[in-house]
Write a protein that binds this ligand. Sequence first.
Ligand code: BGC
Length: 753
Amino acid sequence: MVILMLRFVLRFLLPLAFLSVAALTALAQPQDTEQRITALMQQMTLEEKIGQLNILSGETQATGPVTFGGDHATEIRAGRTGSMLNVVGVNSTRQYQQLAMQSRLKIPLLFGQDVIHGYLTTFPIPLAEAASWDLPAIQRSARVAATEAASAGIHWTFAPMVDIARDPRWGRVMEGAGEDTYLGSRIAEARVHGFQGAKLGDLDAIMACAKHFAAYGAAVGGRDYNSVDMSERQLLETYLPPFKAAADAGAATFMNSFNDLNGVPATGNKHLQRDILKGSWGFSGFVVSDWGSMGEMVSHGYVKDEKAAAKASITAGSDMDMESRVYSKHLAALVNEGQVSMAQVDDAVRRVLRKKFELGLFDDPFRFADPAREKATLGKLEFRQAAREMAAKSIVLLKSDGKTLPLSPKLKTIAFIGPMVKPIKGNRGGWAVSVPGYDTDSQIVSQWQGVAERAQANGTKVLYAKGAEMMGFDRSGFAEAVRVARQADVVVVSVGESWDWSAEAKSRSDISLPGVQEELVKALHATGKPLVVLLNAGRPMVFPWIADHVSNLAYTWWLGSEAGHAMADVLWGDHNPSARLPISFPRSVGQIPVYYNHYNTGRPAVDGKQENFKSGYIDSPNAPRFAFGHGLSYTKFAYSGLKLSQTKLHAGDVLSVSLQVSNTGARAGDEVVQLYLRDKVASVVRPVKELKDFQRVHLAPGERKTLSFQVDREKLSFFNDQLQWGAEPGDFDLMVGAASDDIRLVGEFELLD
Ligand code: BGC
């Protein structure tokens, strides 16, 4: 009997001692992480391992079609889910974490959330922030979002979205950094650094997730979830670099995507996930699927059933199943049948556990669940100030007559007209988080509030008329709007698309200004009053009449919590605009895709010339209505003195480029100086220009500064005809300017070897 009991103790109770979190945390040094993971994994059943590869959406909100009908608490206690999304706030996350602590191994849950542009303090939508071309400011915005989210129990954001997007019909264009690979890569780094802070494990750091891997932004026709067909060169050269930049910046996780890429769904794409991401790039984090994307491989016609979907996903390197439930249903059987190796499952589990260790959750599963910290952190004044500055930095001045804006403090009356003026909620834009315990609308400064406050401070009276709804054909408000406009010295009109017309599943086939808003602007323009139009949208829109006839135009996107203040800051010139378009604005939907770094073709058309047998349209110029990099200021800048350190470069040489920029106007301002290159002849044709660097420079009136850029071999490199990365000898054009269509200085150099 004693022997039997001893056997029982040795066999069952002793190992249990090793299962305790306390025992595991005794090995608390980072260098021991892998050992600790190994020790833990030795105790895990296959079912528990699969649980770590499963993320479950909370009960109250869903960001996709819900497939789970079971009981969340039971799943968690049984160790069948290792992560959750859509559970926010310290109270809720703590409750779920307590359930995890009732599971056999007490492995803490990870809480992920779409913290896309702020948590409680909402920043401008990501595309708007990208328009700032201000990397430190973008990083700070992600930092604030992380600080707030981490204080509210969140460990992980599903951001940044680093998909290059050249098609404004695609609703998700609002979540990214626009069309350019170089700008997109720098912004990807800034956002990853911002979210992850100094290091994972700090109480103000959350894991970043570079998404959607890959090429999701190239969905055919701009239709969400649609197929992507692209050459390997295009993929390597244009679409993957921002992901590589995010990985190099230390992004803890990646999310794959819904689309198929050349016929293979990204979620089942071994080439993308195993060869490139985990192979050549050496990514040590984990890959989460997109919502339901494993199961959707059945609809794609790539696998015959969910079991095959599970097999294809794990084989391809998708580590975590978001809401398909195919791992929980089928992975154990696949392993038991020898169709999936235990090593593959273990690798995925190890990747997930590693992040939980790095976040310090094994040391204290509740370390992000402190109600006092949450209360003290959310909505801090300094965060709101950062949001206001970021919002002002995101507004792009598209056109200016040089006299109406900034508004004079001496104006007696302005009319503020349009369907966007009074609404509050819309200013937060898509993907704003509903924070429990807060009336999130009351956190927002409406356009009316911001403008009216600022006007009042100057003793300027503000009149209001709605004029029209955003949608529909009701023109009955026009007369009142015109009557109000006639009483004012300046008319400011705020129009646009509804905030929920962009983001996921919000593709549009017609990206013009909805309803009768353009007609409203025409009616106000006809009054002859000085007119300023503010355009609110989550994407580039097409607004030909306004673009041609209105002399003062600002693109405000969706600006977040401080929208109204930021608009006032720009309207009155407290902030001198310096934003630049991160994406081309087409003249018409028919021009899409239109992007600045296109090839020259064999029959290049000269815009404005109607020549037969050229690569142009018979009914439209090729150039977009507003080009990539375009954006005005209330002052003017002059460029001069371009100097190249050498005009012949040997391998290993770094070209130094210098130039002077002067502020020739009467106000201080920031100029975003852009450097483009063109490789004139190569083994594969190269774009007419490619952004390779940029600098923001602040200049007082009359001030002149010398800027210098370094052009190294990397900047001259591309994927050659063998898809090998490198530079080829030959001639290059170097262009420096204020926009892709506003080149001020040009030079040439030759790469000799
Ligand atoms: C989106 C992801 C998002 C996820 C979780 C999906 O539908 O494509 O970008 O992170 O839902 O909300």
